[in-house]
Write a protein that binds this ligand. Structure first.
Ligand code: GSH
Length: 218
């Protein structure tokens, strides 16, 4: 396997894949796709060939000659192929469904509302300024984290699901990063933040941080 991860330092979806690959000790070449420069490199023909949806991340395996898109689909593929040292999706079907449920709450209900092209549309079509855009992201982040905080009350330990790191944690940490970036006060979500802080002590999470990526501006 010669894996190439096309992504962007500040992309939360790419951040998820970086965490998962680091947890599994998979080495990969990181190929930055600048989402803003020159109208966004995700819209250029070279990247559209990899992902016509014009979204990062994309995972390319040059040896096996395939391209995958959608962070959760990429992570599930890697999890099945490399179950060691952690399974990010539990083997028990009910537990697996619960982990997916929390991950989807984040990846399908929260993250898309703060995606760059949605925020650009708010600015360009509806005349939103920076504060209005930030307030929009905070509003949907609050709604999402309020539900997650409540859900965590019955199941959280060091991680979202007791003591095992799962896909849910892999999604949670980048979403907290986004909320903080847009100025959300996270003190209303103590369980979310306990898990976030615990994950920050794990090297795989540290190495995946946006500020530790080669395309992060100095
Ligand atoms: N559901 C997709 C979301 C991908 C996504 O939204 N990527 C963002 C960065 S986090 C992007 O490429 N945005 C570019 C744009 O909006 O033009 C996944 O999980 O991979």
């Amino acid at each position: 396997m010669r894996l190439k991860l096309y992504g962007y330092w500040r992309s939360s979806a790419t951040y998820r894949v970086r965490i998962a690959m680091n947890l599994k000790g998979l080495s990969y070449e990181y190929v930055p796709v600048h989402l803003v420069k020159e109208g966004g490199e995700q819209t250029h023909a070279t990247f559209k060939r990899l992902n016509p949806a014009q979204l990062v991340p994309a995972l390319v395996d040059d040896d096996e000659d395939f391209v995958l898109n959608q962070s959760l689909s990429i992570i599930e593929y890697l999890d099945e192929k490399h179950p060691e040292p952690y399974r990010l999706l539990p083997q028990h079907s009910l537990e697996r469904a619960r982990v997916r449920g929390l991950a989807y709450d984040i990846a399908m209900e929260m993250q898309p509302l703060g995606n760059l092209r949605v925020l650009n549309e708010l600015r360009e079509t509806f005349g939103a300024d920076d504060e209005m855009v930030a307030s929009w992201v905070r509003k949907w982040s609050e709604k999402g984290f309020t539900a997650i905080e409540q859900r965590l009350q019955t199941q959280a330990g060091k991680f979202c699901f007791d003591f095992d790191v799962t896909l849910a944690d892999v999604c949670l940490v980048p979403q907290v990063y986004i909320a903080k970036r847009f100025g959300l006060d996270m003190s209303a979500y103590p369980l979310v933040m306990r898990i976030y802080d615990h994950c920050q002590q794990i090297q795989a999470f540290v190495d995946a941080r946006p500020e530790n990526q080669p395309d992060c501006p100095e």
